[in-house]
Design a binder for this molecule. Structure first.
Ligand SMILES: Nc1ncnc2c1ncn2[C@@H]1O[C@H](COP(=O)(O)OP(=O)(O)O)[C@@H](O)[C@H]1O
Ligand SMILES: N[C@@H](CCC(=O)OP(=O)(O)O)C(=O)O
Length: 382
């Protein structure tokens, strides 16, 4: 039903020589049946990644497991559900997780560098440049970056919540040649793997290959997002030119050797800006600007910046630099962008030309509302 094409087997060979690979491992692949961190599973993964380094490849590891690692030491019975206890568990667990990676990579003569990111680090220009510089330098120095979300300080509003999409953004940030998503099942199946009749899909060459596939079943007790966030991650990576293999942690070595394990997702697009990628696919918007028809045409058809004169209403509470939705008069979202003013300032600007604003309020108010470099179009629903 899902035969492996010769093209896919050939494509998978890219992984063998890929100079820079981002590997993401989920909590479900690092824990035992009680949901506690399993050091042997960590060591097994480190062995595979160390072999890759020894063969000359660069590796960036995005590792979940901080919350799971905190469960035991904090005396919790299972993965906490509320944000405050998740933060506390992650705070206690992240140190243990990285201590274990440090020791384990050390045994192979390798150093690790911990990098904790928040969603803001991939959106705001200064932040993502900073993250990019740090990661690039770590790789130049031969260090294996071990990345996780900065769970201890991430609130519900600003957190990624899942490391799948974080891994795609990181892959883009470091210009990875491929991304490997490791989980507790061997690849994408036609339905929940536990359902009789579900079979592994060896390759996906574009969104049409995903039609009819059921990913609604929730994931493991310790994981976040199940297959849904993995496919979102895959969409972000492949759309920007990065192929992905999704497989089980046990198959990590086989996947890196280009063997027919898990699911191979071919690249579908070309590299775009990291910030815009995040803005388009994942950023949580803080408000919306309602545009008149003329402004919709200018932004969508002529790809211009959005001026205050073309906006009739602003909704929500946002700061300058926050992601907002841009809607037409009918309420349809046409674009997303980073707004240049706060929600307190915007009402006073609407309907005025930038030269009027400059004259009345001062030169700092002559800016556009959303600069075209900070704007991505969203397909109209009708
Ligand atoms: N169509 C599908 N194919 C494969 N796995 C699926 C599918 N639908 C749901 N899943 C579930 O997704 C889970 C993996 O997600 P998750 O538990 O979040 O893992 P991780 O901790 O690795 O991020 C699997 O255990 C599987 O049960
Ligand atoms: N940052 C959290 C994990 C979030 C997450 O995405 O978990 P998973 O679905 O297991 O990859 C942690 O370290 O526990």
């Amino acid at each position: 039903m899902h035969p492996v094409s010769a093209a896919a087997l050939l494509d998978r060979r890219q992984l063998v020589d890929a100079p820079r690979v981002v590997v993401k491992v989920g909590s479900s692949s690092l824990t035992d049946e009680d949901g506690h961190l399993d050091p042997e599973r960590l060591d097994a993964l480190v062995k595979v990644l160390a072999a890759r380094r020894a063969a000359g490849g660069q590796v960036v590891l995005v590792s979940s497991g901080a919350i799971a690692a905190g469960i035991g030491p904090l005396g919790l019975s299972s993965r906490p559900r509320d944000l405050a206890t998740q933060q506390a568990a992650a705070s206690a667990g992240q140190g243990l997780l990285v201590a274990h990676y440090t020791r384990s990579f050390w045994d192979h003569g390798l150093r690790v560098g911990q990098v904790l990111l928040t969603a803001d680090d991939t959106v705001r220009r200064t932040h993502y440049r900073n993250a990019q510089r740090a990661l690039t330098r770590l790789l130049e120095l031969g260090v294996v970056p071990v990345i996780n979300e900065n769970d201890a300080v991430a609130t519900d509003e600003i957190r990624f919540g899942d490391n799948d999409r974080l891994a795609a953004l990181v892959s883009h940030l470091v210009r990875a040649d491929a991304m490997v998503l490791l989980t507790d099942v061997d690849g994408l199946h036609t339905g929940p793997p536990s359902r009789p009749g579900s079979v592994r899909i060896p390759e996906v060459r574009g969104p049409r290959d995903l039609e009819g596939i059921d990913v609604t079943a929730r994931g493991s007790a310790v994981g976040t997002g199940g297959m849904v966030t993995k496919l979102e991650s895959v969409a972000i990576a492949t759309a920007s030119g990065i192929p992905v293999v999704l497989t089980s942690a046990e198959n990590a070595a086989a996947a890196l050797a280009g063997e027919d394990v898990g699911t191979w997702f071919a690249a579908t697009g070309r590299r775009a800006s990291t910030r815009l990628l995040w803005l388009a696919h994942a950023a949580r918007t803080r408000g919306r600007l309602v545009l008149d028809e003329g402004a919709v045409r200018a932004v969508v058809d002529r790809r211009t910046s959005l001026l205050p004169a073309g906006v009739t209403r602003a909704e929500g509470t946002f700061e300058a630099g926050d992601p907002v939705e841009l809607c037409g008069p009918d309420g349809d979202v046409v674009a997303r962008g980073l707004v240049a003013y706060s929600s307190e300032e915007v009402p006073g600007l609407l309907g005025h030309t930038t030269s009027e604003l400059r004259a009345d309020l001062g030169p700092e108010y002559g800016r556009v509302l959303v600069h075209r470099d900070d704007l991505v179009l969203v397909r109209r629903r009708r």
